[in-house]
Design a protein around this ligand. Structure first.
Ligand code: KG4
Ligand code: ZN
Length: 341
């Protein structure tokens, strides 16, 4: 009988310090996330210096809790997987150094993981991946359509030319005086409003899978300012619903077109904005009648940053033989195609 495989994942690329342990690539034995959102809220966004300090304070506590949750000893582990990038350099360094120290101290292989690969592999915690597939990645820093012909191979077929979807959500939320992170709040408001305000959709060239959200963001800001100047009031719920309708329509239409053109078996949703209710509902509706295409959407806790997704990707990469030396450094601008074998 094949021995069970246990992989630890470590994530610290932005404002969550997280450690998880998973069994055989898909079963969660421990999943601990320490969020710093409260500390960054009053600044309206993530402050890199503060993020690094919190990671330093939290990493050993989170690590210990994960080991206790799993009830394992380090000698039971097969590998340590860690987010090497992209992300904030000072934040990434904490996770990378913790993972290197553990790998060295316990003689374990070190597996480097691309943060977005992690977001994509969050889907493997709920369904086995079937290739070829397309992942719609929508996070705070990325918006892209990724084609995968096999495990560990990522091809970006379209990406944002300016703001990421999550970034646009957070900026629009600021205009409405909502606290950081604004995405979940806009989502909540949108459920209560009607998409009555006409806002642009950036389709770009007819055959392009790229995205652009800065024009939409400016249109929302202009709508708010113009109303203020005229002394009119805008119903925030309706503005949120109108903004969300524009974002979701473009994301879903481009994903549908990519799925048809590339003839894939699965479409995966990934990244923090994958927690968006409007997006989840629209994608489910779009693919409801397409029986030969399986839509996978991770549960909310696997959409925003966590380490289970890093362990899930790390487990596959470990099997494929991907390793990092103990000289591994944080790689804040790491591109996913550079991470391919
Ligand atoms: O993937 P993530 O946790 O961090 C990055 O890797 O960038 O994504 C964070 C982003 C933030 O911009 C946040 O506002 C957005 O995801 N977000 C949402 C929702 N929940 C989180 N955006 C829209 N609707 C949501 N429900
Ligand atoms: Zn993320």
């Amino acid at each position: 009988m094949k021995k069970d495989q246990w992989v630890m994942g470590v994530e610290s690329s932005c404002d969550e310090t997280a450690v998880a342990i998973i069994k055989n690539g898909r079963e969660i034995a421990a999943n601990v996330v320490a969020s710093q959102i409260e500390s960054h809220k009053r600044f309206g966004g993530v402050v890199p210096e503060i993020a690094s300090r919190h990671h330093v304070e939290q990493i050993t506590i989170v690590l210990e809790e994960a080991m206790n949750q799993a009830g394992l000893d380090f000698s039971d582990l097969d590998a340590i997987a860690v987010t090497e990038g992209p992300g904030l350099v000072g934040a990434l360094l904490i996770g990378v150094n913790a993972a290197k120290a553990l790998a060295f101290a316990h003689g374990l292989p070190l597996v480097p993981v691309h943060h977005i690969a992690g977001h994509i592999y969050a889907n493997r915690l709920v369904a086995e991946m079937k290739f070829p597939l397309i992942a719609l990645v929508v996070s705070g820093g990325h918006t892209e359509l990724v084609y995968m012909k096999e495990h560990g191979h990522f091809e970006v077929i379209g990406e944002t030319r300016d703001d990421a979807a999550g970034e646009a959500y957070d900026k629009v939320a600021r205009t409405l005086n909502l606290t950081y992170p604004g995405g979940p709040q806009i989502d909540r408001l949108a459920q209560e409003g009607k998409a009555t305000i006409d806002l642009p959709r950036a389709w770009l060239e007819e055959d392009s899978y790229d995205f652009s959200f800065s024009g939409l963001k400016s249109a929302v800001i202009n709508t708010v300012h113009n109303a203020e100047q005229r002394g009119e009031t805008i119903i925030p719920e309706d503005l949120a619903a109108s903004f969300q309708a524009s974002v979701v329509e473009v994301l879903v239409k481009k994903a549908e077109r990519a799925v048809a053109e590339y003839g894939v078996k699965q479409i995966l949703l990934a990244g923090g904005v994958a927690a968006n209710k409007g997006l989840r509902a629209a994608l489910s509706e779009a693919f409801a009648n397409k029986e030969d295409i399986e839509l996978v959407i991770p549960p909310l806790s696997f959409c925003t940053d966590n380490a289970a997704m890093i362990a899930a990707a790390g487990s596959v990469m470990f099997e494929k033989g991907k390793r990092a030396e103990l000289t591994l450094n944080a790689n804040p601008g790491l591109e996913i195609e550079k991470y391919n074998d």
